[in-house]
Design a protein around this ligand. Structure first.
Ligand code: COA
Length: 415
């Protein structure tokens, strides 16, 4: 079966996480992704957090599936010529170097346009234009500068970063959308363009509801669904809301049977208004369904802590899965706190290709997260990540280099 992005060639100049997330998605949709790395070293993540000596790390393998790897020293004059040939042949150049690195290599936007006016140049940077535009940025810096850390955690604790890689993988996702949009526009204009996804912007986009709350707070001085209401203090900025739900349906994380020894024996419980009477029945507080202090969402807001404490008395008598089964019967929205171990072993995720086992020539079998976006006409087959420079000769031959030329370039240290 053909793939959605068949025929699209990506010059993948990305490293670490944000850029590779983006190009991996494009590869899963069928693009030919040619990853350019430095000979001898490669993407720094190949050797970071290694669990097996001398073997590409899971950090690298899990972000670089379905790509080809070529080694080019892009600071060597002959290496630059190879890169120029690739720029002429490819549709998109994706990079996430520190600000200015591509220009310092001699590949300014103007130069790239000269070489290939149809080329789309897509970049992840830490910040957009402004006071921090020259800064190098990693995941947690973006989470802090994008508003996520100040709004995550509990009111009486410091800002907290989340394990979800919203700065890196989140921005990679944003960039991928920018690229396919630019490719679509190119079908009308015939021209390439620049695509920029700044990590601060990407994180802020994912924290959109918190900027909503900032303005609500400034207008009304309070937010009734926050745990600070009614007894705590609101300051000038959106506070950390613990596990409160960000929407209009109050929720919290509650202990389940076994919580004393299992750090993940918890459930997220939402007291959705339409099923309030059913919740009262399940937890044995039938009188709350009609009690004027509890019967309406507005009446319940000042009592949320007590309400969740009462529900927790019930959830603590059930495992998270037993609680799920009972609550789902009544359409009460809830979700178990699943550990990575439980997710890795979940058969339904294996069946849908969301968790995939991959075989690698030096690592052996490992698990990865497959394509979370499923296209009915463009199914994803997850292929192992390339070894460093595994496809250099193949790609050089496609560019028209003879075996003798390839070997001379290798001797000169250009590839
Ligand atoms: N041949 C020769 N030189 C190469 C090369 C190649 N194939 N590939 C990279 N280089 C060079 C670059 O030109 C650069 O050289 P310069 O500093 O002399 O201009 C150098 O390698 C290092 O690149 P850089 O991007 O600065 O790496 P770093 O390890 O110092 O910084 C980051 C890493 C992630 C902080 C930085 O790349 C960054 O801020 N990126 C943008 C934001 C981002 O994506 N962050 C999240 C990463 S998950």
């Amino acid at each position: 079966m053909s793939k959605a992005l068949d025929g699209v060639r990506i010059l993948d100049f990305t490293h670490v996480q944000s850029g590779p997330t983006c190009t991996q998605l494009l590869a899963w949709f069928g693009a030919d992704v040619i990853k350019v790395e430095r000979a001898g070293a490669g993407d720094i993540t190949r050797e970071q957090l290694r669990d097996i000596p001398e073997v590409d790390s899971l950090y690298f393998t899990m972000l670089n599936h379905n790509k080809r790897s070529v080694t080019i020293d892009t600071k060597n004059p002959e290496g630059k010529q190879v890169l120029e040939a690739l720029i002429q042949k490819c549709d998109v150049l994706v990079e996430n170097f520190a600000p200015g690195a591509l220009d310092r290599m001699g590949f300014t936007w103007e130069r790239i346009q000269e070489l290939n006016p149809r080329m789309i140049v897509a970049s992840v940077k830490g910040f957009g234009p402004g006071p921090y535009e020259d800064c190098k940025v990693y995941e947690n810096v973006a989470q802090c500068a994008g508003g996520a850390a100040s709004t995550t955690g509990f009111d009486d604790g410091p800002p907290v970063v989340t394990g979800a890689q919203i700065g890196d993988s989140g921005t990679g996702l944003h960039l991928a959308l920018g690229i396919v949009t630019a490719l679509y526009q190119r079908t009308h204009t015939g021209r390439g363009q620049r695509v920029l996804a700044a990590m601060q912007d990407g994180v802020l986009n994912l924290c959109r509801v918190k900027l909503r709350d900032q303005q609500r707070l400034e207008r009304t001085g309070t937010m009734k669904e926050y745990p600070q209401y009614p007894n705590g203090q609101f300051g000038e900025a959106v506070p950390r809301a613990g596990n409160a739900s960000g929407g209009g349906q109050p929720g919290w994380i509650l202990k389940c049977k076994g919580w004393e020894t299992d750090p993940n024996a918890y459930i997220y419980f939402i007291t959705q208004a339409p099923v309030w009477a059913k919740i009262c029945n399940v937890i044995g507080k039938e009188e709350w369904a009609t009690d004027p202090d509890y019967a309406t969402p507005a009446a319940r807001l000042p009592h949320l802590k007590d309400i969740f404490a009462e529900i927790e008395r019930w959830t603590m008598t059930k495992t998270k899965f037993e609680a799920m089964q009972i609550l789902n019967k009544y359409d009460i929205p809830c979700g178990p706190i699943l550990s990575m171990k439980e997710i890795a072993e979940e058969p339904s995720l294996r069946k849908t290709g969301t968790i995939v086992e991959v075989d690698h020539p030096t690592r052996g079998k490992y698990l990865t997260v497959g394509n979370p976006i499923k296209l009915s006409d463009s199914p994803t087959e997850v292929m192992r990540s390339p070894l460093l420079g595994e496809h250099t000769d193949e790609v050089m031959a496609e560019l028209g280099y003879s075996p003798e030329q390839i070997s001379a370039l290798r001797t000169a240290g250009a590839i």
